[in-house]
Ligand binder design. Sequence first.
Ligand SMILES: NC(=O)c1ccc[n+]([C@@H]2O[C@H](COP(=O)([O-])OP(=O)(O)OC[C@H]3O[C@@H](n4cnc5c(N)ncnc54)[C@H](O)[C@@H]3O)[C@@H](O)[C@H]2O)c1
Length: 252
Amino acid sequence: MASYPSLRDRVVVVTGGASGIGEAIVEAFALQEARVVFLDVHDSAANQLVRKLEGAGVTPPIYVHCDLTEAAAIKASIEGILEQFDTVDVLVNNAGNDTRHSIEKVTSEYWDQVMAVNLKHQFFMAQGVIPSMKKAGRGSIINMSSISWVIPSTGLPVYVTAKAAIVGLTRTLAHELGAHNIRVNCVMPGAIQTKRQEELWFTEEYKAEIVARQALKRLIQPHEVASLVLFLASDDSSAITNQNFVIDGGWV
Ligand SMILES: NC(=O)c1ccc[n+]([C@@H]2O[C@H](COP(=O)([O-])OP(=O)(O)OC[C@H]3O[C@@H](n4cnc5c(N)ncnc54)[C@H](O)[C@@H]3O)[C@@H](O)[C@H]2O)c1
């Protein structure tokens, strides 16, 4: 893995960092000697990750329990982080939930719930950290979207809607914040082999379909997404903003 001197001691906040792609992102930033805080609700997985990194000879990340669907919890978490670190240099809006749902079964409440867990917190996390980024005159915000709104996806229409909206959010924030040297980019993963995907959706049939649709004939791993996120967070990508990066082994 590349080493980014500009990430050393940077304050990095990762949402949904306890498992899956977020876990790989937390680990990758910790190995760059960044000061990492991650928000999640999965306490046992989060504590396990902290213990693992404590044993890796790096500054261990700090876990904050935060239900990102609760505006008050987001506010309190950001206040706590700013009290401790004074600033946030990098925000990775990663948390999401791709539970399947049919068109017929989506109620008004369910729509709001899916939007809350996939979209709303990305805005309010950004809103919370932007003042400190403006004060510092720099920042990098990375929003996790998905290729699901580009490929012919079925079975999760509200999730797909949220993931498309994240691209719009990214692009307007990039223009709102560019004058303050705050960069905003979007990452669109394809089918990434996380524990949850393996447990819930990756049947042998689906894996064969993924590999058939990709140019690369293997499953893409969480740490490969983390590598892209590191680059977008580092000063090595200092001129890159307002962009969407597909990382899917060549599916799209
Ligand atoms: N894995 C893939 O194939 C894939 C593909 C495209 C996009 N993505 C996107 O990447 C991101 C990470 O996905 P993943 O596959 O690693 O998912 P995951 O389910 O493995 O991890 C998501 C993390 O978010 C946390 N989380 C969920 N709801 C939360 C809430 N209300 N408050 C706080 N934390 C919460 C979970 O506890 C979990 O630790 C998501 O935005 C997802 O949409 C994933």
